[in-house]
Design a protein around this ligand. Structure first.
Ligand code: ADP
Ligand code: MG
Length: 375
């Protein structure tokens, strides 16, 4: 087994008239995926996720760059020879055939010995929990069952790499959650390198051990879910990950007794964390980022900022406080059993480590001194 390497990978589509539109669907992608990894490729619709997957599978011509498994470049290797299992969102199953025959289909086509086919089909059907359905026709199955069969069919060939393109998108909430758990268990069990493409950040965070987040064909950040969540390299990543999303507010730096504060558009002051002091200067403009859960209720004696509550919602296990900053809102999520009324004055502290600054123009993270740009 060996690592999968994408090196300076580009894709530009032909527009059907023999001309290319000049836009890269995948733009200089570099990734090294260690054997056994569960990688999530995450990003909004159209950012190049499926194109990347299809190039790995060999279903899409590579415009420039290389895909290698270990030291072997696989650009010119036929899809069938790549030992890659695929399961896409729209299950390409054969409806009139039984579940058994759908799973066995490619093994039969490859003239695998009948006894071996039977063993492999039954084993994988057990793993995917469709053993009871082996004799059923695919056309009568539910969406969740079809997707299980779909994944079973991808796995029966003992692939080196399993590619899943939005496998849960067609399923309803409950079934999606069940199958998400199944996919996680499956990966633990078979330990096959798995690449899951999704636009759903929760799906990527909960399943993958590494996430590659893309925008307009360009890789933004590659890291563990924890790195992506807690150490975003730019506004795009910060904003894409997390629910409710990170508060992102324009601020102006102002000198204040011995340190600095961030001035919001409505004049509210937020004490600037000491970690930033060495890089701040009076009058600088940034976008400040802080997650709703990184703001905690404090008291009048020791606080970083004070606000007036605009909306208070009690959701049972958590409470959401919304604060109006001119046209914007600042959201705070607290677990404490506190109740506030509209118009209440609140005092808060910001978790220093989790307060970020971004460049207003480029959206890049501005690091405190001594910190390297990760990702
Ligand atoms: P994602 O899977 O992230 O939603 P895709 O990889 O499908 O994105 O698409 C990336 C970009 O390439 C999009 O702008 C899309 O319109 C374009 N694209 C995808 N497939 C084709 C195709 N067959 N011909 C031309 N353009 C395509
Ligand atoms: Mg897609």
């Amino acid at each position: 087994m060996a690592n999968l390497k994408l090196q300076n990978l580009y894709k530009m589509y032909d527009q059907g008239n023999g001309k290319k539109d000049g836009v890269y669907a995948v733009n200089n992608l570099n990734l090294e995926i260690e054997d056994g990894t569960f990688l999530g490729i995450l990003g909004p619709s159209g950012c190049g996720k499926s194109t990347t997957l299809r190039m790995i599978a060999g279903l899409e011509e590579i415009t420039k760059g290389e895909i290698a498994i270990g030291d072997m470049v696989i650009n010119d290797i036929h899809p069938k020879e790549r030992k890659i299992g695929l399961a896409f969102e729209d299950y390409a199953l054969y409806p009139p055939l039984s579940v058994y025959n759908n799973i066995a289909f490619c093994l039969k086509a490859n003239k695998v010995d009948k006894k071996e086919i039977d063993q492999r089909v039954r084993k994988i059907a057990k793993t995917m929990k469709v053993e009871e359905l082996l004799d059923a026709k695919v056309e009568g199955l539910s969406g969740g069952q079809k997707q299980r069969v779909n994944i079973a069919r991808a796995l029966v060939r003992n692939p080196r790499i399993l590619l899943l393109d939005e496998p849960l998108s067609h399923l309803d909430g409950k079934m999606r959650q069940i199958l998400r758990g199944e996919i996680k268990r499956l990966h633990k069990e078979i330990k096959c390198t798995t690449i899951l493409v999704t636009h759903d950040q929760m799906e990527a965070l909960s399943l993958a051990d590494h996430i590659a987040i893309m925008k307009l064909g360009v890789l933004q950040q590659y890291g563990t879910p924890d790195e992506i969540y807690n150490d975003p390299v730019n506004i795009f990543v910060a904003d894409f990950i997390g629910e409710p999303p990170m508060n992102l507010l324009p601020v102006t730096v102002q000198k204040a007794d011995g340190g600095f504060c961030f001035l919001l558009l409505d004049g509210t002051r937020i004490k600037a964390p000491a970690k930033f002091h060495s890089i701040l200067e009076d009058g600088q403009q940034y976008t400040m980022g802080i997650r709703p859960t990184s703001i905690v209720i404090a008291d009048e004696k020791d606080y970083d900022a004070q606000f007036t509550v605009d909306v208070f919602e009690n959701l049972g296990d958590e409470r959401i406080i919304s604060i109006r900053i001119l046209e914007d809102f600042l959201t705070i999520v607290i677990e404490d059993m506190l109740v506030f009324q509209k118009g209440s004055r609140i005092y808060v502290k910001m978790k220093e480590d989790l307060l970020y600054l971004f460049d207003r123009e480029t959206g890049e993270r501005v690091r405190e001194q001594g910190q390297r740009n990760g990702g």
